[in-house]
Design a protein around this ligand. Structure first.
Ligand code: GAR
Length: 218
């Protein structure tokens, strides 16, 4: 089995990165995590990746005149490590179409909401303010439009009466850690294909793994 050489891009603590690294330890996993790359040299996730034996690199976006110059540096690091596939995991920079088109069909993102609801930031606060009863997370292929792109997997969680953005966010995050490795497995194994905006062969919504444990409000 050829395992796709995969880079995880982070900006912060890297809990999704941890979940991907742990999943990729399975001998039959179709992707190998060979690099963790951050735009912040002080991202806490970098030390964790290093401790897990994964190569790390940082490219500080602040020292570049523009986004494309920054991305050309990223691209060079990715090419040096012979990367086939990218997982964005809390990487808080927007990419230009130039970069995204280099990686079209080969780059996934995890978003803390049930897209197409709640694109952008502060998703848990906004879900609570709207009074929705179901919230969740989405793993999707990256396209030039922010927080759009063919969806590989989603998980739903209940919104409970006493929730704060923190408690709701923690419930969502635990499901991100479930669906992101599943989505990478599907994408890297070639088990799914993209047709228009749909990913066919993706996880069915009724998959038991996609319902939060102890969630019984439906
Ligand atoms: C995750 O909740 C991820 O969904 C979110 O940032 C967090 C990173 O946490 N990503 C976005 O909001 C991207 N728009 P982590 O560093 O612990 O994985």
């Amino acid at each position: 089995m050829t395992r796709l050489r995969t880079a995880i891009l982070i900006s912060g603590r890297g809990s999704n990165m941890d979940a991907l690294i742990a999943a990729a330890r399975a001998p039959d996993f179709p992707a190998e995590i060979v690099l963790v790359l951050s735009n912040r040299a002080d991202a806490p996730g970098l030390a964790k990746a290093k401790a897990a034996g994964v190569a790390v690199a940082a490219v500080d976006h602040k020292i570049y005149a523009g986004r494309e110059e920054f991305e050309r540096s990223l691209q060079l690091v990715l090419e040096t490590h012979r990367i086939d596939f990218i997982c964005l995991a809390g990487f808080m920079r927007l990419f230009t179409p130039w970069f995204i088109n280099q990686w079209r069909g080969r780059m996934l993102n995890i978003h803390p909401a049930l897209l197409p609801s709640y694109r952008g930031l502060h998703t848990h606060e906004r879900a609570l303010a709207d009074g929705v009863k179901i919230h969740g997370c989405t793993a999707h292929f990256v396209v030039p439009e922010m927080d759009e792109g063919p969806i590989v997997a989603q998980a739903a969680v209940p919104v409970l009466d006493g929730d704060t953005p923190e408690t709701l966010g923690a419930r969502v995050l635990s499901q991100e850690h479930v669906i992101y490795p599943l989505a990478l497995r599907l994408a890297a194994s070639g088990a799914v294909r993209i047709e228009g905006n749909r990913v066919l062969g993706a996880l069915p919504a009724c998959d038991d793994r996609l319902i939060a444990p102890s969630a019984t409000p439906f």
